[in-house]
Design a protein around this ligand. Structure first.
Ligand SMILES: *Cc1c(COP(=O)(O)O)cnc(C)c1O
Length: 390
């Protein structure tokens, strides 16, 4: 057993990131400025986005998207219960009503048929989450959105680098929000990127910075003019050049980091898929999974312990794990406000009860990976249900 605790998701930050942040500090420009603009351009080019806007979080991106699309009181937004609260909280922030629908049993992504069935005259938008980095069925959701004249917003917090039918997530003209939170595939500590058409992004830029028609960089840089106008009461959601400095260097190592994630996933799959006790994550053939998470599911009846006890056993072996996610409808606010019962979304609920996320980060050594595998298999060995010989 390892004697040092293995963190669930340790970011990979190297000398290049550190040097770039120091250079940003020495440059005299700390808030959104040249590095932020450069990060937007490089991100846009890397993932073929029509346009990109760097923000202080993915949550900010989703909030701004709803604001720009003028979604508010009286409107309904269809989304998934199998997500982080931020995806749904933003719907409450603009005064609209979140409408949850159940997920697909394999990918745990929104089920397109369930989305179509939930549409009412009040429906204005769909927020689709690319769960764990596996893209949603974009073609189906796009045609539903087109047929019913709905906005499609992608929560791509897990999906930097993912592709659907060969096309990068974020390359569409609809709003797509990425996260650079500390645990995400590409990190700026805190941060996010909103992508979409230039027209949508021009409006989002104003909403994300006080509703001001000109940002600081164009006012305080050489040749800048002092005057500005507030065209609406916007938010304060910009990224800073310190974050962008991190992001620029993370982008340079991104392909290598993703390759390492795929290697770790392959090792886990190899070790676990042969055991009846485990359901390993799968990827559909027409997508490229960004592998943000490795979600292992415990098969009912195969172990004498439940998921919570399994996590305790992992902790006892010095392996950090997590659960993604406690479904939205089980949180007290949503449960009480909308009268949800855990079984209202049986696929999400059942998956939740059986899942744990194993450590997955390009910062993991081969020994770390071997330690995780050893711990999982040891727990299975000790707590597997013994079958009688036939
Ligand atoms: C992390 C996460 C977010 C929030 O990202 P922030 O950058 O922290 O705002 C939103 N949605 C999902 C699915 C996430 O995992």
């Amino acid at each position: 057993m390892r004697d040092k605790f293995l963190s669930f998701s340790l970011p990979l930050v190297g000398a290049e990131e550190i040097d770039e942040v120091i250079a940003a500090l020495k440059s005299g420009w700390l808030t959104a400025g040249p590095r932020t603009r450069q990060f937007e351009q490089e991100f846009r080019d890397a993932f073929h986005c029509p346009a990109a806007l760097a923000l202080n979080s993915c949550t900010a991106g989703l909030h701004v998207a709803l604001k720009v699309l003028n979604i508010g009181p009286g409107d309904e937004v269809i989304t998934t219960p199998m997500t982080f609260a931020a995806s749904v909280n933003v719907i409450e922030h603009v005064g609209a009503r979140p409408v949850l629908v159940d997920v697909e049993p394999d990918t745990l992504n929104l089920q397109p048929d369930a989305v179509a069935a939930a549409i009412t005259p009040a429906t204005r938008a769909i927020i689709a989450v690319h769960y764990a980095g596996h893209p949603v069925e974009l073609n189906s959701l796009r045609s539903i959105a087109e047929e019913y004249r709905l906005e499609l917003i992608e929560d791509a917090a897990h999906a930097v680098g993912a592709r659907f039918e060969g096309t990068p997530i974020g390359s569409g003209t609809n709003f797509t929000a990425f996260s650079f939170y500390a645990t995400k595939n590409l990190t700026t500590g805190e941060g996010g990127m909103l992508t979409g058409s230039q027209e949508l992004l021009d409006r989002a830029r104003i909403v994300s910075l006080h509703g001001m028609n000109r940002e600081a960089w164009s006012r305080y840089a050489a040749g800048g003019k002092w005057a500005y106008d507030i065209v609406e009461p916007g938010f304060k959601y910009n990224m800073t050049d310190l974050q962008a400095a991190l992001g620029l260097q993370q982008l340079r190592r991104f392909d290598r980091m993703q390759a390492r994630r795929r290697e770790i996933v392959a090792r886990y799959n190899e070790a676990f898929s042969r055991h009846a006790a485990f359901l390993t994550p799968s990827s559909r053939s027409h997508v490229e999974n960004a592998w943000h998470l490795y979600v292992l599911r415990l098969r009912a009846g195969e172990l004498t312990i439940d998921r919570n006890q399994f996590i305790d056993e992992m902790t006892a072996r010095n392996i950090g794990t997590s659960v993604h996610f406690i479904p939205i409808h089980m949180h007290s606010y949503y449960r009480d406000r909308y009268g949800y019962h855990p079984d209202d979304f049986p696929v999400a609920h059942t998956a939740f009860r059986s899942m744990l996320s194993l450590p997955l980060s390009p910062s993991m050594s081969d020994q770390d990976v071997a330690d995780v595998i050893e711990a999982v298999l040891d727990i299975r060995e000790k707590h597997g249900r013994r079958r009688m010989a036939a």
